[in-house]
Design a protein around this ligand. Structure first.
Ligand code: CS2
Length: 491
């Protein structure tokens, strides 16, 4: 079978949507750091919709860690398939908005030179929570992070996302070029403000004057949403059958997509709204709703579901107790902390339950369980802080936190080991190894991780009692019974 590429595009069967613009005529306006599946299912599709009328906003992607996306897309001239999947079938579309992918490790100079050039007006990022080298509990740059230490010692050859941004901005500053807008598309709380804080600090550590100049840079906040499971070989086969060509890395996703963007781009932007994005003056209420309802439910289902033997989110949704648990988590515990009209929150919740049920989307609980130490603060702990401050119960959220603590022990209910992926995995497993027989001690050990729990929650008695009680139950009676009990007691 031939490989998808510019030369073979004409052979793709009629009915499959192809780029509706001349790819020879498009030029880059955006550099995207972290060119993974999420970006390719989300922002790259919005940009693809706009290139016909706005050809100077194409994307050059960069991978900061692994060169695998570059290796997959280079022989395809940057082309790839987005396959939208629901119960009715799989609907492929070929995306052409990514002009090329650079490997930051081997093509660092080329990447920095491009980022420093005036044609680039936006640098966007999906580098995951851990890619910002920050302390997730406080949102501050982690100055002891090995990549930060490296980049401060070698500022012109950075490895980290903050280091890359600062070096490119420093070059623009020195050349008298206006700064690009920095647009984080990661699930961080107040992602614009958080990245601004991190980048400003990094720049100030390099050079106080540069730190000050960063205050002139725009960091628009965004809320991004589309569920994107990892691509499997079965997906590759399905897509090849549909487009009549081999695509080394197609992306499978759901029909739903949402992008809310704070409209702050002093150096210009493509008309994202024409592709369906919502341009707003304050993105935070949307972001908070999404993190606390969608991602909070996701993480809770991921830890409990994995431990209960459910491989996919749609399997978890087949269990009535789990559905009741996350319905209650959203309705009773998260929604009262959100500043949105009640009816909008209710319909958002109902849509989420529907999306989680999508049987065609093979979204692994293990995938979502990754990097919990970086995710919990904005998904569950912020909501818990608000509940505590209001003197309200948070049993279901507390169970979510306990399930994470049970999961990072690294051994499941059948004694099988769990592949725990997390920047703190080694430390957490050491804590678990010392306290394996005692839920209370395990709780104390893990709650002392201040980069996750801050200095307030770890010492909070109500938080401790709630989470430790659930953790004890998870060990004593197991996951399924604990979920059933929490549902019975709280509904
Ligand atoms: C998920 C998210 O992997 C995870 O942690 O919760 O990636 C989720 O699918 C997206 O935020 C949906 O927009």
């Amino acid at each position: 079978m031939t490989r998808l590429s510019a030369a073979t595009l004409a052979n793709v069967p009629a009915g499959v949507r192809l780029p509706d613009y001349d790819r020879e005529q498009i030029t880059p306006g955006i550099v995207h750091l972290g060119i993974g599946a999420f970006h390719r299912a989300h922002m790259a599709v919005y940009v693809d919709d706009l290139l016909k009328t706005h050809p100077d906003w194409a994307i050059v992607g960069a991978s900061l860690r692994r060169p695998d996306t570059k290796e997959a897309l280079e022989p395809q001239d940057g082309l790839y398939t987005v396959a939208v999947r629901d119960a009715e079938g799989t609907h492929p579309r070929v995306i052409g908005s990514i002009l090329k992918v650079l490997d930051a490790n081997t093509q660092r100079e080329e990447l920095l030179a491009l980022m420093a050039s005036p044609q680039i007006r936006i640098v966007s990022l999906t580098v995951t929570e851990k890619g910002y080298c920050h302390d997730p509990a406080t949102g501050e740059l982690d100055q002891r992070h090995p990549d930060v230490v490296h980049d401060l010692a070698n500022p012109t050859a950075p490895k980290s996302a903050p280091g890359m941004l600062v070096e490119a901005l420093a070059r623009r500053h020195a050349a008298g070029i206006t700064p690009f807008a920095v647009m984080s598309c990661d699930n961080l709380p107040s992602n614009g403000a958080t990245v601004k804080r991190i980048v400003s600090k990094f720049a100030a550590l390099r050079d106080p004057a540069l730190g000050e100049w960063i205050s002139t840079v725009a960091f628009p906040g965004t809320m991004v949403d589309r569920i994107v499971p990892s691509t499997t070989d079965a997906d590759r086969e399905t897509v090849a059958g549909l487009i009549g060509a081999e695509d080394a890395w197609p992306i499978v996703t759901e029909p739903f997509t949402q992008w809310v963007i704070e409209d702050h781009f002093p150096d210009g932007r493509p008309p994202f709204e024409k592709a369906g994005a919502q341009m707003v003056s304050d993105v935070e209420p949307f972001e908070r709703m999404k993190l606390r309802m969608l991602n909070g439910s996701h993480s809770t289902m991921a830890y409990l579901g994995y431990l209960a033997g459910y491989e996919y989110i749609s399997d978890v949704m087949g269990d009535a107790d789990f559905v009741a648990l996350i319905h209650g988590l959203m309705t009773e515990e998260a929604m009262p902390t959100l500043d949105m009209p009640r009816d909008e929150l209710e319909s958002y919740r109902d849509d989420l339950l529907q999306r989680f049920r999508n049987p065609a989307l093979k979204h692994r609980t293990w995938q979502i369980a990754m990097d919990g130490s970086q995710k919990l603060p904005q998904r569950l702990l912020g909501t818990i802080r608000d509940r505590l401050a209001a003197g309200q119960p948070f049993e279901r959220l507390g169970l979510g936190v306990a399930a994470w603590m049970r999961y990072v022990v690294g051994i499941d209910e059948n004694g099988e080991s769990i592949d725990v992926r997390d920047p703190l995995a080694m430390r957490m497993m050491a804590i678990a190894a010392d306290n394996i027989d005692d839920a209370e001690e395990l709780y104390i050990g893990l709650a002392a991780l201040t980069e996750v729990f801050g200095t307030d929650l770890g010492d909070n008695q109500t938080f401790g009692e709630t989470v430790a009680t659930h953790l004890d139950s998870l060990f004593e009676i197991g996951v399924r019974e604990t979920v059933a009990e929490v549902v019975a007691e709280n509904d």
